[in-house]
Design a protein around this ligand. Structure first.
Ligand SMILES: Nc1ncnc2c1ncn2[C@@H]1O[C@H](COP(=O)(O)OP(=O)(O)O)[C@@H](O)[C@H]1O
Ligand SMILES: [Mg+2]
Length: 267
């Protein structure tokens, strides 16, 4: 049984529009992320915004992070539904930035330091070491980013954002440039983060339909609409309602395969 209930709005995009010069990139983008609860399970949210290359996903990523103001509309978050401010949402950009001259330990500490609070150095060390152990990074803490594979660096940058304490983490193309095994490990990491805290919310922006959908509870398709400029949400899929969310071996599920085909038709 996939019993769940949906509750308050955690984040919403309202009529978000973006243009450059005269060119409309995004038009009337609307979607709402709600708190999902499952009995006996800490269940956060994993949602995906899927679209072709060049459609405006990275621009939307910047708007959702508060780093860029849309020309119209707004992105609101939390119970009071205030307009999102830079730094309130953790971000893992496509070309994720780790400090190359600092060790993995120091890079993770940057996330923890930016969380503020009054942790002692000893407490920070303990937190980072526990986190590294939980995510199988212990043996890499003393290394520099250049000594890690792309997939390992990707995992470090995701964990760094978890350590900031932000409940929302936005990821731009988190699976691109990774081999199949590493894609799997990054997906396992994201699922684990989503169940650490029922308020954790991962927002994935990607052209990778299959991988993004496989771990999502909501999928929105960003695409052009006939006769209208720019991209907008053309389709919404609720994988909870479809009884696909949180199912093991989802890729072998015929209904999932059909879902992928349906998404492709709307791209
Ligand atoms: N600085 C800019 N000036 C003008 N147009 C831009 C700029 N940045 C992005 N765009 C336009 O925004 C569109 C969407 O880009 P982007 O969000 O990077 O797409 P995606 O991430 O989906 O591949 C592109 O078609 C591009 O023409
Ligand atoms: Mg992009």
């Amino acid at each position: 049984m996939n019993a769940y209930t949906k509750h308050e709005v955690l984040l919403s995009a309202e009529n978000v529009g973006l243009q450059y010069g005269g060119k409309v990139v995004l038009r009337d983008v609307n979607f709402t992320i709600r708190d999902i609860r499952r009995q006996g399970i800490n269940q956060g949210q994993v949602v995906s915004l899927i679209g072709r290359s060049g459609i405006g996903k990275t621009q939307l990523f910047r708007i959702l992070s508060g780093l860029r103001r849309p020309n119209t509309g707004q992105v609101k978050m939390d119970e009071d539904q205030h307009v999102v401010q830079p730094g309130e949402v953790g971000i893992v950009p496509q070309n994720y930035i780790l400090f190359n001259h600092r060790t993995i330990y120091q890079n993770l500490k940057i996330g923890l330091d930016s969380a503020g609070g009054q942790l002692t150095e000893a407490h920070k060390r303990k937190t980072i070491e526990e986190c590294a152990a939980a995510f199988e990074l212990s043996e890499h803490l003393k290394k520099y980013p250049a000594q890690l594979s792309g997939g390992q660096r990707q995992r470090v940058s995701i964990i760094q954002q978890v350590l900031t304490g932000n409940k929302f983490i936005l990821l731009d193309e988190p699976f691109s440039g990774l081999d199949v095994l590493m894609v799997d490990r990054v997906m396992q990491l994201l699922l684990k983060i989503s169940t650490l805290n029922e308020h954790n919310t991962l927002i994935i922006v990607s052209h990778d339909i299959e991988n993004a959908a496989a771990i999502s509870d909501m999928v929105w398709v960003l695409a052009p609409e006939a006769g209208k400029p720019g991209a907008t949400i053309v389709k919404e899929y609720d994988l909870c309602e479809m009884e696909l969310a949180w199912t093991p071996n989802i890729r072998e599920n015929m209904r999932f395969v059909e879902l992928l085909a349906d998404i492709r038709r709307h791209l």
